[in-house]
Design a protein around this ligand. Sequence first.
Ligand code: ADP
Length: 269
Amino acid sequence: TEIAKTRFEHPVVTGERIRKSDIVVDLNRVRKSFGDKRVVNDISLQIRSGEVVCLIGPSGSGKTTLLRTINALQDIDGGTICFHGEDWICGDGKYQLSQTFRDDVIHLGMVFQSFNLFPHLTVLENVTLGPRYHTMGSADELRAFAMLNLDKVGMAAHAQKYPHQLSGGQKQRVAIARALAMKPLVMLFDEPTSALDPEMVSEVLQTIEGLAAEGMTMLIVTHEMRFAARISDRIIMLENGSRVAEASADDLRNGITDARIRRFMEQSQ
Ligand code: ADP
């Protein structure tokens, strides 16, 4: 599609280097402590283009912190985070953005638990704000692309409304459209349904599943275990900041064998 074509249009992230099996996100021994507490403990994780990975684990296990390190909302104490081999964040307390990221070539879409829409802007303005700021196209182009993304999340008819006129599920779908408007390389979801009333959970999960079907690369922190089992290529479980278990694509097809993941998933349903 047109979107897929334009997603990797910059020379750094275009052409031969993008293949289905390419590693898009590469975390290597990432560490983060708050005070004495090691919250992210030597986590390595590679995500390939088109892959959907769910992060699960008990509350306080470091899932959100790990997710936030990836798009620089959280600095790290050590390790490296790379995109397509571009060093983005380097360890030892230093916090660096590579030239590539500063030039806004690699965009990471983030969807928060609490939507974080701008209350004084319409739905359409929320979705075009980022691309306008980064001058990603003419006003007409950005509007058209925003409407395309709003249509994708089933919110095109609400483009002129303000956030306070929307339900929680609708707000979250707008937040997804807003992230998509930046043509992200990867979409990061931080418990996207945990602030929603139960009857609105499925519309948001279905929207995310639609993105998976389109081949979007995604890392999702979730407590929705059936959803995780359905959508994931892999599930990774954290406990006390460490990666303690994983369910592979084969496991997800044939039945998860890892006792820790099974127990956690059963308890969380
Ligand atoms: P999860 O997403 O798995 O629930 P978090 O990443 O939110 O886990 O939190 C992991 C631990 O780090 C928790 O004990 C939490 O209290 C602590 N923590 C998270 N952010 C901060 C912060 N900014 N300052 C101090 N402690 C924090």
